[in-house]
Design a protein around this ligand. Structure first.
Ligand code: SF4
Ligand code: MG
Length: 328
């Protein structure tokens, strides 16, 4: 996507003008075929909105979305239907996303009705195959969502997403509603499916723990913008942006024994309808200066392709030997 923005208008409130929230603010981002890209941020950071814009489940207010080189920002009709097959989403709460009155065969088979002219028998066979693919017995096709555990329901949601033969799967917090013991199983399933079907994955998450073992690259979002984009190793071993550093420091279980030299994240996310001036992170950043409060940092692209949007990233990271600074 290029310069992608999405503004939502809230209902007008008494004595106030219509409130507007720019949930995604001028984001440019490339998702590489076959990779797993994680989009990480607190709730309210715009990560789910960005994901839905990329899948064309939402239409951008500004900017463009491209798919395999084609601008799909305004795609409609038959082309949009085709895109919906290839770009699929898995939701956070499998229970909320499955119709309780439909049995599994109808839920998983519904996209096949929409997109393919299969006979009833062929469709049933295809549903059975999809259930086996996600590790569920084909015989369960006649059951209803309430008969399944959270992890099993998420598998049903994944089977449904696979039904139309997607090339890209977006998981919007795909395991955060599940028990920790089940999370790893679903993560492993997604990784297996990625290999099997040559999928590209986008994983939207508010925590870092899950994405560490399943991502190639990580985009860190703060109030509608990407503040850092790097490989998963760089993000965890040598984060450059103070916000990324704080996120990692707030999850100390990820680095047992690591010394905590980075301050923990203080305070709440500011109101997205009235984001701070300059660098949006300045109200919570221990390094903030007047320049930060005045000027929005530009997104700097470093050798090797990682990106960081901070005025002071070089100073802040000077003593960290793991980071190779750009040659002058
Ligand atoms: Fe902190 Fe300034 Fe960097 Fe923003 S630009 S993250 S306020 S140091
Ligand atoms: Mg969300």
């Amino acid at each position: 996507c290029r310069d992608l923005s999405k503004t939502f208008s809230g209902p007008p409130r008494l004595f106030h003008r219509t409130s507007q929230v720019t949930a995604v603010d001028r984001i440019s981002l490339q998702v590489r075929a076959g990779e797993t890209l994680a989009i990480v941020g607190e709730s309210g950071s715009g990560k789910s909105t960005l994901g839905r814009l990329l899948l064309r489940l939402l239409t951008a207010s500004q900017g463009d979305v491209f798919y395999q080189g084609e601008a799909i920002t305004q795609a409609s009709g038959a082309r949009l239907n085709q895109l919906r097959r290839e770009l699929q989403i898995i939701f956070q709460d499998p229970f909320a996303s499955l119709n309780p009155r439909m049995n599994v065969e109808s839920i998983v088979g519904e996209p096949l009705w929409l997109h393919e002219s299969l006979s009833r028998e062929a469709r049933r066979e295809r549903v059975h195959e999809l259930l086996r693919t996600v590790g569920l017995p084909a015989a369960w096709a006649q059951r209803y969502p309430h008969e399944f555990s959270g992890g099993q329901r998420q598998r049903i949601g994944i089977a449904r997403a696979l039904a139309s033969g997607p090339k890209l799967l977006l998981g919007d917090e795909p395991v955060s509603a599940l028990d920790v013991s089940v999370q790893a199983q679903v993560v492993n399933l997604l990784e297996g499916l990625k290999q099997q079907f040559g999928l590209t994955l986008i994983i939207v998450a508010h925590g870092l723990a899950v994405i560490r073992h399943m991502s190639d690259r990580v985009a860190v979002m703060y109030l509608g913008q990407i503040v850092e984009l790097a490989s998963v190793e760089e993000i965890f071993d040598a984060p450059l942006h103070p916000y990324t550093q704080a996120l990692i420091a707030s999850a100390p279980q990820l680095q047992p024994g690591a010394s905590r030299t980075v301050p923990m994240l203080q305070g709440d996310l500011p109101n997205p309808a009235a984001p701070p001036s300059g660098c949006r992170f300045h109200t919570r950043c221990p390094w903030a200066t007047d320049e930060c409060r005045r000027l929005e940092p530009i997104n700097q692209i470093l050798p090797g392709g990682r990106q960081v949007a901070c005025h002071r990233w070089q100073e802040i990271n000077r003593d960290r030997s793991v980071i190779t600074l750009a040659p002058p």
